[in-house]
Design a protein around this ligand. Sequence first.
Ligand code: DSN
Length: 440
Amino acid sequence: MHKPMDLMRDITESDPKIAELIQKELGRIREGVELIPSENFVSKAVLQAMGSVFTNKYSEGYPQKRYYGGQEFVDIMEDLAIERAKKLFGCEHVNVQPYSGSPANMAVFFALLNPGDHYMGLDLVAGGHLTHGSPVNFSGRLFNVHPYTVDKKTHLLDMDSIRKQAKETNPKMILTGLTAYPRKIDFKEFQEICDEVGAYHFSDISHISGLCATGVHESPVPFADVVTTTTHKTLRGPRGAIIMCKKEDRYKNKYHPEGKKDLASLIDFNVFPGIQGGPHDHVNAAKAVAFEEALQPNFKEYAKQIVKNAKALADELMKLGVSLVTNGTDNHLMVIDLSKKNLTGKGKEIQMVLDAANIHTNKNTIPFEPGSPFNPSGIRLGTPAVTTRGMKESEMKVIAKGIATVVDHYQDAQRIAKIKTEIKELCRGFPLYPGLGILQ
Ligand code: DSN
């Protein structure tokens, strides 16, 4: 006789192998410092929403316009997520359904451009993103990218040369945003350039959205046509993304004269049914929780502390003789230039040794990379996760000392072991998810 599935078995009983891995991952993050700038630690409330029964639902469509029944609670939840995101960023329209940053960006490309259209995006090696025009990505394969880069000497964005390039190439869209550029972006000046050449301004603020939402970094939302962000970086929400845009298509007559759609409908249509199927309702519920958290006054303090910690980490590293791309940071991230220590192409090795010392980072290209993407010459560091943990400027000094020691003595196993002990000791003072087991 068929017995119903016992839905209430604990994972430790039903799948001890996966349970053990979750437990080990919890141990790993508790005992190490997380410096990958795109990572963060979400609250228990966000974890609970993600682990909720909303994971079972199919809801193709949008609130009050769905293809399946049983949407009375999903609709309220998605409307709440929309309302909170609008309040947080001050945007006219928002789509909260993108699964992550890449599909969000893909929806924007499909909404604004036709295959073969010309656009400008920041070169990956100079701090852009895969979806900003990399030749191996849809953004470089389907569309004609004119990558802009940073100044050869200062490694800063040179707005005069970007303006000149825009006038020469006449792009239909200019993409702004970063994954490894450690300085402020002048979104207003980018907007002026877009206006001068008649291009859409599409800004991907995935890395800095927590800083933009709180005024710690200028936000492009008030003027850019479309803005995307992932929700899991400085915003400290679940893995996912949103797309914000103006309601009206200011280039409708020039670029979309045939259709009746405004910009908001164009974006929505290109998310679903254009690219995605059913939204991940459990993740969207967690996005709503994260937006509410980011609307609280203490989130602004958090965002300010991220930047203070980044500056403290950068200053101390430089004091200890470690060179940084652009000699510092204005935001949450920095990139160590290993080539200045005669360690060109050693990013992968140094990342592995830092891991062994419980300092988690990622290898990264530096501008005009002399190595290769697999063996680059940079290490990217960021402070969102350690700041969530409560660490401040004095802890950044301890971490900087550990990193500098690893860089200078990466072949010295004894020293690395000593740093690991010191990092574990530091982490003990900042308990992560105290009391959290495998189940939330
Ligand atoms: N992988 C992300 C980052 O680390 O910046 C971007 O998608």
